[in-house]
Design a protein around this ligand. Structure first.
Ligand SMILES: Cc1cc2nc3c(=O)[nH]c(=O)nc-3n(C[C@H](O)[C@H](O)[C@H](O)COP(=O)(O)O)c2cc1C
Ligand SMILES: C=C(O[C@@H]1CC(C(=O)O)=C[C@@H](OP(=O)(O)O)[C@H]1O)C(=O)O
Length: 393
């Protein structure tokens, strides 16, 4: 089973990751991981930090001659922010010594982890909360999850994603989404979800529309921030991953946990999702057909029924709230003086949807990889590949 841990502060010297449970014989290169790290750094709406970080995960263990050995894979990744020539971070983040003149942060930002973080850990300074709650951690999460992603790829399972809404700009009504989730819909806009056409999944990684960019530009000028919705599609999955027999084995539950454990994610939908709740049964349930094998006429369930994959593409949507750090202040109360004050701003993403897509694609990879390992088992890729290829469903 893939398990992973991340450590490191946003403005500390580096991030660390350990992935345990990787089968032996999986091809893994720093280059493969870097592709996803580079994608995570891009996207309209990003803040100043992403322009100078050059994320690269260095493999420290568990890989020999380009293949995993079955031992834990360890990664390190530097924070360029710490190293910059004019950086004050070595002093601010010092592991030892006196605080000296290092300023405390005492203005909690509404919407971030700041206030509850200091209350929970009994700090008089928000700095340690900022450092670890920051989505900087998702850089290492993407690196760790890329190991599971490489595993899935080797079995022909592809994950792709795209932004479908920025603030209120996107699909104007949910009928569009229903059409897209339905591979046999009559309006012809649904072909990107046809199973087994891998090039279609790649085309999901399109950039934001012109209107979405304009919206971000406009809201940036206003000094506010934006959230939105993205959609992730997984193709090539066999039927029967996960199980209906026990709550913690249901794969939809595990996927939801992976998504909502990511910073700023406030909702998950599978298939029609919330729209299913507003529709009649005949508009929701996928009719079953038999043509050489059992399948469904439509995929409104988003590839999951009864906590198990159906063998159709898995379709997941995630809702991200607007970024909490904003140029135009909100009211807050100072931790020391208890007086009302405006929040302070230094630097921030305005909208991180394009970057969040890559994080979401990544965090679901270990969930799916583990479901495959549970069903087909094995210690080496040869063993797993043979069992996977000889499957009956
Ligand atoms: C890719 C990504 C980038 C983010 N960038 C920022 C940012 O620049 N500034 C900020 O205040 N929050 C940012 N966030 C959101 C905060 O990390 C998040 O709101 C905070 O940790 C509180 O957690 P919660 O929103 O899940 O309650 C980002 C989140 C993600 C996924
Ligand atoms: C560093 C990353 O994202 C950071 C996430 C983040 C937050 O509060 O979540 C705040 C910002 O950090 P800073 O204040 O140093 O600019 C983002 O840049 C990253 O994604 O690699």
């Amino acid at each position: 089973m893939f398990r992973y841990f991340t450590a490191g502060e946003s403005h500390g010297p580096s991030l660390t990751g350990i992935v345990e449970g990787t089968p032996a014989g999986l091809e893994l290169s720093e280059g493969f991981i870097e592709q996803h790290l580079v994608r995570r750094q891009k996207g309209y709406g990003r803040g100043g930090r992403m322009a100078f970080e050059k994320d690269k995960a260095i493999i420290q263990s568990g890989v020999r001659f380009g293949k995993t050995t079955g031992a834990p894979v360890a990664f390190s990744m530097v924070n360029r922010a710490f190293e910059k020539d004019d950086s004050n971070w070595p002093k601010v983040m010092a592991k030892e010594g006196e605080r000296g003149d290092v300023e405390k942060i005492t203005l909690p930002r509404p919407g971030h982890a700041d206030l509850v973080g200091v209350q929970k850990y009994d700090f008089d300074d928000i700095r340690p909360v900022i450092e670890r709650s920051s989505a900087r951690e998702t850089a290492m999460r993407v690196a760790c999850c890329s190991v599971a992603r490489a595993f899935l790829k080797e079995l022909g399972i592809e994950i792709g994603g795209h932004v479908i809404q920025i603030g209120s700009i996107g699909y104007s009504d949910w009928d569009d989404v229903r059409a897209i989730a339905d591979p046999l819909a009559e309006n012809g806009s649904e072909s990107i979800y046809k199973e087994a056409d891998k090039s279609d999944v790649r085309c999901l990684n399109s950039d934001l529309s012109h209107q979405m960019r304009e919206e971000i530009k406009h809201r940036r000028k206003e000094g506010t921030s934006l959230g939105g919705i993205y959609e992730i599609v997984v193709t090539g999955l066999p039927a029967g991953l996960g199980s209906y027999v026990h709550w913690d084995r249901k794969i939809d539950g595990q996927i939801a946990q992976a998504i909502v454990s990511t910073q700023a994610m406030k909702g998950v939908e599978i298939g029609l999702g919330f729209e299913a709740a507003r529709s009649r049964g005949h508009e929701v349930h996928d009719e079953i057909v038999y043509k050489n094998h059992f399948s469904r006429r439509t995929n409104r369930a988003g590839g999951i029924e009864g906590g198990m994959t159906t063998g159709m593409p898995v379709i997941i949507r995630g809702a991200m709230k607007p970024i909490p750090t904003m140029i135009k202040p909100l009211k807050t109360a100072d931790l020391e003086t208890k007086k009302e004050q405006d929040t302070r701003y230094e630097r921030s993403d305005v909208c991180a949807l394009p970057r969040a897509v890559v994080v979401a694609e990544s965090v679901i990879a270990p969930v799916l990889a583990n479901a495959i390992l549970e069903k087909f088992g094995g210690d080496s890729m040869n063993e797993i590949r043979t069992r996977f290829q000889n499957r009956t469903s």
